[in-house]
Structure formats: structure tokens, C-alpha cells
Design a protein around this ligand. Structure first.
Ligand code: SF4
Ligand code: SF4
Length: 290
């Protein structure tokens, strides 16, 4: 086991507290909904939940993949819960969210990868909370036909997000079971199916990638017409997970941000604490108003 690096002072995490935080927690608990915020031990949970932002994770808490950065349990998942789309919709309405991010575990055990369940969750949420903008953060549907992706796009989320997670050279160690060019092609296909839909992707840094490879990923994303990019520092959930190779400095993040704007992304978030869903609603609202 490699010794863990000391966290630098720019990775400051406030302990979650406050009324908004406990209200969000209560609504998630009574609706039996899992959140990435908790599963991933996200450092922003205090800030996000106190503002009513949360990322819900549907289709169970057991994933068929075993990405080495991810804290979600790997194994054989439970059957889908047909009432879950309704509970998500109800929670979104009760929380009064402006923007919701809905994500899921990977379901290689299902023929459609869970696409219909995701689509139903989008439709139910749209129906109950018509003013809430909906972002889905989807699996890669690697083992499904092209209909799976079409099913999700047909449900018309406002933002279609699928993370590349890391540079292609690190896929075998970081994201085994996934394919870089498949994920890139998935994003491009969304834009082909519906050019009015915003597409978004993100990577973590500090996993051992070099700067040139990160810039190449940005170019690849733009070539696939990806609109929004997120770049954040990888944090190791437990000592059994992929080690933090290094802490990328705030100045390096600022340089990535500048490079990304220069490449023509419509929205860029690149800071140590950026997560795929961090401030997603605020950024999107700003873009719509512009
Ligand atoms: Fe949840 Fe995303 Fe906020 Fe983290 S950044 S607490 S995952 S909404
Ligand atoms: Fe975690 Fe998603 Fe990988 Fe599953 S597919 S292990 S939920 S990152």
C-alpha cells in the first residue's frame, strides 16, 4: 500500500450542518433515495444540501462495475423498484429544486442498461416539477443496443451528462470495464439525436495523468460537440481505492479552466472541489439567462 499524501490546505471541507442540510437528509430518507453526495463522501455535501442541491442515485446501491476510484459497492444488484421514479419526482418537488441531477449505478445485468427506468424518472420528475431543469448523469450503456441511449434522449432531459472520468491511458487501471472512445461516441450521438440538448462531461485529475493528455481530452470532447466540462481533484474514498497520485494546484486548475474556455466550451468548472454536479444548477441558470 502506498502511503497517503497529505491533503493540501486548498482542499478544505466544512462539516455538514444547518437546517437545509437536515431537511434534505430527511426528505431523502423518507423517500428511500440514495444520493451520490453521501455514497461518494462528497466534500461539498454541507454546502450543496444547505442550498437544496443534491444528486440522486437511482437503480439501487450496488453497481455491476468496479471503477477503482468509486466508493459504490460492486456486485449483483437488486431488481428495479417500479415506484422509484415517483419517489424521485416527489422528492424533487418537495425540495423545491431549480435543477436536479439524477444519476445511477451501472446496470450491465439489464438488457437496456436501465434506460427505460431513467427515462421514466425524467418523465415523472418533469410532470411533478415542470419548472425544475433536469440533468441526467448516465452510465455508458456499453452492452446495450443504440435504442438504450435513444430511450433516454427521447425523455428530453435538459442536460445529458456522461463522465469520461480520466484520460484514455488510465482507463485500464481507473475505469476497467469502460471504453474511452465508446463514452466519447455516446456523447457525440446525443448531440446527433437532439442538437438542442446540452451535453456535459468531466474528468478527475490527480490520478496520474499528464497535462498534455488532459488538453487532448478537452479537444476530444469538443470534437464530439460536448458543451460543458467539469474538472476536479480526485480524492481517495478509502485506502483500498486508487491512490491520489498528486494534488493539482489551484494555479494549474486555473490554467485548465482558461484552456477549456479557449477551446469553446459553453460552461467550464475546473477547481479542486469541482464535482460533476457541483453548482450544476447555478451554471445552467446563468447560461439560460445569457
Ligand atoms: Fe452532491 Fe454534487 Fe454537491 Fe457533491 S457536488 S454534494 S455530489 S450535488
Ligand atoms: Fe461507481 Fe459508476 Fe463505476 Fe459503478 S460505474 S463503480 S457507480 S463510477
Amino acid at each position: 500500500e502506498t502511503p497517503r499524501l497529505r491533503k493540501p490546505d486548498w482542499i478544505r471541507v466544512k462539516a455538514p450542518s444547518g437546517k437545509g442540510y437536515s431537511e434534505t437528509k430527511e426528505i431523502m430518507r423518507t423517500h428511500q433515495l440514495a444520493t451520490v453526495c453521501e455514497e461518494a463522501g462528497c466534500p461539498n455535501v454541507g454546502e450543496c444540501w444547505s442550498q437544496g442541491h443534491a444528486t440522486m442515485m437511482i437503480m439501487g446501491e450496488i453497481c455491476t462495475r468496479g471503477c477503482t476510484f468509486c466508493n459504490v459497492a460492486t456486485g449483483r444488484p437488486d431488481a428495479l423498484d417500479v415506484f422509484e421514479p415517483g419517489r424521485v419526482a416527489d422528492a424533487v418537488q418537495k425540495l423545491g429544486l431549480k435543477h436536479v441531477v439524477i444519476t445511477s449505478v451501472d446496470r450491465d445485468d439489464l438488457n437496456d442498461g436501465g434506460a427505460e427506468h431513467i427515462a421514466q424518472t425524467i418523465r415523472a420528475t418533469r410532470h411533478r416539477a415542470p419548472d425544475t431543469t433536469i440533468e441526467v448523469l448516465t452510465p455508458d450503456f456499453l452492452k446495450c443496443g443504440s435504442e438504450a441511449l435513444e430511450t433516454v434522449v427521447d425523455a428530453r432531459p435538459d442536460v445529458f451528462n456522461h463522465n469520461l472520468e480520466t484520460v484514455p491511458g488510465l482507463y485500464p487501471t481507473v475505469r476497467p470495464g469502460a471504453r474511452y472512445f465508446h463514452s466519447l461516441r455516446l456523447l457525440q450521438r446525443v448531440k446527433e439525436l437532439d442538437p438542442t440538448m446540452f451535453t456535459k462531461s468531466g474528468i478527475m485529475v490527480g490520478l496520474g495523468e499528464d497535462r498534455q493528455a488532459v488538453l487532448q481530452v478537452m479537444d476530444d470532447m469538443r470534437a464530439a460537440d460536448v458543451d460543458f466540462i467539469t474538472i476536479g481533484q480526485y480524492l481517495q474514498p478509502t485506502s483500498r481505492h486508487h491512490a491520489v497520485h498528486r494534488y493539482v494546484t489551484p494555479d494549474e486548475f486555473a490554467a485548465y479552466e482558461k484552456a477549456a474556455w479557449g477551446k469553446g466550451f459553453l460552461m467550464v468548472s475546473a477547481t479542486p472541489l469541482t464535482r460533476s454536479s457541483y453548482h450544476a444548477g447555478d451554471d445552467f441558470a446563468r447560461l439560460k439567462a445569457a
